[in-house]
Design a protein around this ligand. Structure first.
Ligand code: ADP
Length: 309
């Protein structure tokens, strides 16, 4: 079995301001701390794949020719992600402006820069790739072309359909695994309710993350529930990315879905206890320790919330 994971997607530098609350439209809030962190859904998920998930991981990304590119590259290399970098001359590196509120909530604005110029032909050879992990922070026609090519090459395609947008049926048809949060599920399925949303999407496996509650999934005709791990959340930025990267890494290493979902929930819970999207991704041994300390959780409350018996 080919075990390598290729993540193809976005890489940004995150400019993070801590503030008492997320500003409402038109409001200015005085923050109380500023830092930059490497981010972008693709890069965050690649770091999660290799660090929390322990899978050999490469990433296809685009960087501009400005000062924001170097910290992104250094973070990915430092984590042990192999890189296929497309360098875009005369283009800004992607950036994100993150407001992080005291209660762990956030609001994010992204300027995609070089990410928006990724093209179908940038996909590297897939010879050693078992799983391709995609998001929607790169142009949709490019994502569609990558998924199509990977599927033709026998690669398992996983799509984190975030940020939410309408998806062509053909793209869903090329994906073996779709990962969404509750808002994305409603937007993409057009259905009210988690059970109805899960059933409306054609992909063989659909996973819905439910914040602190954990996650649920439909794999084939079977429904799976994984309660969240209770933690003291200080920064939920990148929780979903840690979940996606750890899930795909776990699957690529041969774990069955129930165990892979448990790993992903544990890793993403730990990520919430630390600042920064990539800096917050835990190591694999930390994930294992949490899993060992928490052998099983009751699923009744989650089942009632999801509406699946
Ligand atoms: P997104 O950040 O993409 O909206 P979620 O909020 O659903 O995604 O979070 C993704 C995963 O992160 C959840 O399935 C859960 O495992 C974990 N998670 C998120 N928030 C918390 C929290 N407060 N406590 C524990 N785990 C959390």
């Amino acid at each position: 079995m080919k075990r390598g994971v290729l993540v193809a997607g976005s890489a940004n530098l995150d400019f993070v301001v801590r503030a008492p609350h997320v500003p409402a439209p038109g409001e200015t809030v005085l923050g109380n701390g500023f830092a930059t962190f490497p981010g972008g859904k693709g890069a965050n998920q690649a770091v999660a794949c290799v660090r929390a998930g322990g899978a050999p991981t490469r990433m296809l990304l685009a960087l501009g020719d400005d000062v924001h590119a170097a910290p992104i590259e250094a973070s990915l290399r430092g984590a042990g992600v192999g890189l296929d970098i497309v360098r875009m001359r005369g283009t800004a590196t992607g950036v994100a402006f993150v407001c992080l509120a005291g209660d762990g909530e956030n609001a994010i604005t992204v300027a995609p820069g070089a990410n928006a110029r990724l093209l179908p032909e940038h996909l590297p050879p897939l010879a050693d790739v078992g799983h391709l992990l995609l998001q929607l922070e790169t142009p949709l026609p490019t994502v569609e072309a990558w998924a199509r090519e990977a599927r033709r090459a026998g690669v398992q395609v996983a799509l984190n359909a975030a940020p939410a947008q309408a998806l062509p049926r053909s793209l869903l048809g090329d994906c073996q695994l779709l990962i969404v949060n509750e808002g994305e599920l409603a937007a993409i399925s057009g259905r009210q309710g988690i059970g109805a949303g899960l059933d409306a999407l054609d992909a063989p496996a659909v996973v819905v993350t439910l914040g602190a509650r954990g996650c649920c999934a439909r794999v084939g005709g079977e429904y799976l529930l994984q309660p969240g791990f209770a933690v003291n959340a200080v920064d939920t930025t990148g929780a979903g990315d840690t979940f996606c990267g750890t899930l795909v890494a776990s699957l690529s290493l041969g774990l069955p879905y129930p165990a892979a979902l448990r790993h992903a929930c544990a890793a993403s819970a730990l990520a919430c206890t630390r600042l920064g999207a990539q800096t917050g991704v835990p190591r694999q041994d930390e994930v294992r320790r949490l899993l060992a300390a928490r052998p099983g959780d009751a699923t009744e409350a989650l089942a009632a919330y999801v509406g699946i018996a």
